[in-house]
Design a protein around this ligand. Structure first.
Ligand code: SF4
Length: 226
C-alpha cells in the first residue's frame, strides 16, 4: 500500500519527497500551531513515567491517572518504596498495569544506580531503563530538547505512508527514512504535526481530503465523490 503512494506521487507529478517536505512541514506548522505532546507533566521524571504509562492506551487516559500519581510519587525512591500492588492499583486505569508497574520500578532502580536519580537525555542511556523501548526513548529525548530521532507512532506511520514519504511498514525503517528527509531542527515537532493532522484531518478511515492543507502535495488524496 505504502509503496504505491510513492509511485503515485510520481504519476501525479507532485515532485520528489525531498522537494515536498519543506512545504509539508510549513503548512502543518501553520495549521496546527498548537501541536504538542498531549501528556501533562511538570518534571523530567513525570515525563518519563507518563510516556511509559502511555503504551497501549491514550494520552487522555494517562492524564486522568497522573495528577494523583505524581502527588504521591515525587522521586524515584518513592516508586521503589511502594509495594508493587499499590503502584499497580495507582496506575490500573492505564491498562497492562502489572507490566507497567514492574517496568517503572525497574526504571527507577536504574535511574538511582546509574544516573544519580536524574532522567538521562541520550537514546542509548534511556534504553538502559527497563521497559523503555526506542519509541519511549525518542519521545522523552525530544521533549527534553534533545531529539535524536523521529517518533513513529500509528499516526506518523499512516501519514508518512499516505504522503509518500516512505515505502516502509516497519517503524524503525520508517524512522530511518524520515530522519534523512526531515531537517534535524524539526525532528521534535514533526511527529506532533503528523499526529495532530492525523487526529483532526487525516483520519485512518475517513480522511477529510477536501479540507486538507496538504491536498495538492499528497499522492493519496481522495477525490470527492458525488
Ligand atoms: S490529502 Fe487526504 S490522505 Fe492526504 S494528508 Fe490530506 S487528508 Fe490525508
Amino acid at each position: 500500500m505504502a509503496r504505491s503512494y510513492t509511485a503515485e506521487a510520481r504519476r501525479r507529478g507532485l515532485g520528489r519527497r525531498r522537494d515536498r517536505i519543506g512545504s509539508i512541514i510549513e503548512r502543518l506548522a501553520e495549521e496546527h500551531a498548537d501541536a504538542e505532546i498531549a501528556l501533562t507533566f511538570h518534571t523530567d521524571l513525570e515525563l518519563l513515567v507518563s510516556v511509559m504509562l502511555s503504551a497501549q492506551t491514550t494520552d487522555v487516559n494517562v492524564n486522568k491517572v497522573t495528577p494523583a500519581l505524581f502527588a504521591k510519587y515525587k522521586r524515584p525512591e518513592d516508586y521503589l518504596a511502594a509495594p508493587r500492588e499499590d503502584l499497580e492499583r495507582d496506575i490500573y486505569q492505564t491498562g497492562f498495569f502489572r507490566q507497567k508497574a514492574k517496568s517503572i520500578q525497574g526504571a527507577m532502580r536504574v535511574l538511582l544506580e546509574e544516573f544519580d536519580g536524574e532522567v538521562p537525555r541520550t537514546i542509548p542511556e534511556l534504553l538502559r531503563l527497563p521497559g523503555v523501548a526506542r519509541k519511549t526513548a525518542n519521545v522523552v529525548a525530544a521533549e527534553l530538547g534533545e531529539a535524536q530521532g523521529i517518533v513513529v507512532d500509528t499516526h506518523v506511520r499512516r501519514l508518512a505512508q499516505r504522503l509518500g514519504l516512505t515505502r516502509e511498514e516497519d517503524p524503525v525503517k520508517i524512522e530511518r527514512d524520515l530522519v534523512k528527509l526531515v531537517p534535524r531542527a524539526d525532528w521534535a515537532r514533526f511527529p506532533h504535526l503528523l499526529i495532530w493532522h492525523g487526529r483532526r484531518v487525516c483520519d485512518a478511515r475517513r480522511p477529510d481530503c477536501p479540507g486538507c492543507v496538504l491536498a495538492d502535495l499528497c499522492p493519496s488524496r481522495r477525490e470527492p465523490t458525488g
